[in-house]
Ligand binder design. Structure first.
Ligand SMILES: Nc1ncnc2c1ncn2[C@@H]1O[C@H](COP(=O)(O)OP(=O)(O)OP(=O)(O)O)[C@@H](O)[C@H]1O
Ligand SMILES: [Mg+2]
Length: 317
């Protein structure tokens, strides 16, 4: 594995993405605000894989989509390679559902070369050569370039999605649960493709997943998200060995191989509160077994030393 450099490729500061939710029928005039991403700061080094975990609905996909500007941020800064302007060529996304994310009417060659066409890269012959190279690199037969997505399996389609994300020379890729829709038997193969490409091109990944064991394997560093915020970040091994935030501890103890160790099993009960009406103070307090008086009053900042940061009042002196 190549180690990430010290050079920061992406910096996100105070990022928020709010969705207006309009009422229906009698309530058509009412409008509530859903805070899907509510003040996220992260920085990712060139060549690094930052894993992102958290329960369903906590805002992982919205964060990824806002970073690559599929969504316009409500507030905050996204600085990519030192620039604040959107860089649609430099950042791409790989989606969870390889069936819905590829246009069924386009050939594989057209799908993969579309980002090159959009950004005016190369002539027709050069693009076609690049499509063939990319197909080979993701483990597909270049002779199949003129076929349509429905002729491929889920794993093969995800490989096509990966080739597409790389075709215009992107350096940063948001992988949004790229293997969770695939058969277990082919998940590892797709992960291997992503790891090989990272090595070959020095790619940087924001890797979103539910599967904590897989995240540990693929990530250099992991961020834990709860209700629109990052509550803990640490190098992958450190986070699994020494989780500090009560939410991270609860997530970890749900992993059979890790959770069985010791007798400090923390159980996560109840659902994630609604991001339309989140709890005051620390959003996790309604499910936390270790609350203090201050938890309802004010949200703790993400703080720590060297490379392990936690947003929890238990650790503030
Ligand atoms: N386009 C949208 N319009 C309105 N609300 C949205 C939109 N996209 C997401 N949301 C809401 O924002 C919150 C965060 O959703 P998001 O999809 O980012 O979560 P997630 O962590 O990716 O969940 P999952 O693990 O299920 O993929 C959810 O409450 C969701 O309903
Ligand atoms: Mg998601």
């Amino acid at each position: 594995m190549t180690s990430p450099s010290d050079e920061t490729i992406l910096e996100v500061k105070g990022l928020r993405k709010y969705f207006p939710i309009r009422g229906k029928g009698l309530f058509a005039k009412s409008c509530k605000i859903l805070k899907a991403v509510d003040g996220v700061d992260i920085s990712i080094a060139k060549g690094e894989t930052l894993g992102l975990v958290g329960e369903s609905g906590c805002g992982k996909s919205t964060l990824g989509r806002t970073i690559v500007r599929l969504y316009e941020p409500t507030e905050g800064e996204i600085i990519f390679k030192g620039r604040r302007e959107p860089d649609r060529r430099g950042m791409q996304m790989i989606f969870q559902d390889p069936y819905a994310s590829l246009d069924p009417r386009m050939t594989v060659a057209d799908i993969i070369s579309e980002p090159m066409a959009i950004h005016g890269i190369g002539n027709a012959r050069e693009r076609s050569e690049r499509v063939h190279d990319l197909l080979r690199q993701v483990g597909l037969n270049p002779d199949h370039a003129m076929r349509y997505p429905h002729e491929f399996s889920g794993g093969q389609r995800q490989r096509i999605g990966i080739a597409r994300a790389l075709s215009a020379g992107s350096e940063f890729i948001v992988c949004d649960e790229p293997i969770s829709a695939l058969d277990v038997s082919i998940q590892a193969q797709v992960i291997n493709v992503l790891e090989d490409l990272r090595e070959t091109y020095g790619l940087t990944y924001l890797f979103i997943a539910h599967d904590l064991s897989m995240i540990r394997h693929i990530s250099d560093r992991v961020g834990v998200m709860y209700l629109g915020r990052i509550v803990e970040t640490a190098p992958a091994e450190e986070l699994y060995v020494n989780p500090m935030h009560p939410y991270t501890q609860a997530l970890m103890s749900a992993i059979p191989t890790i959770g069985r160790r010791g007798n400090s099993r923390v159980r996560l009960t109840g659902d994630v509160p609604s991001p339309i009406d989140p709890p005051s103070g620390c959003a996790f307090r309604t499910r936390c077994g270790r609350t203090l008086g201050i938890c309802a009053e004010s949200a703790p900042a993400l703080e720590g030393n060297s490379d392990h940061f936690t947003a929890c009042w238990l650790y503030k002196s």
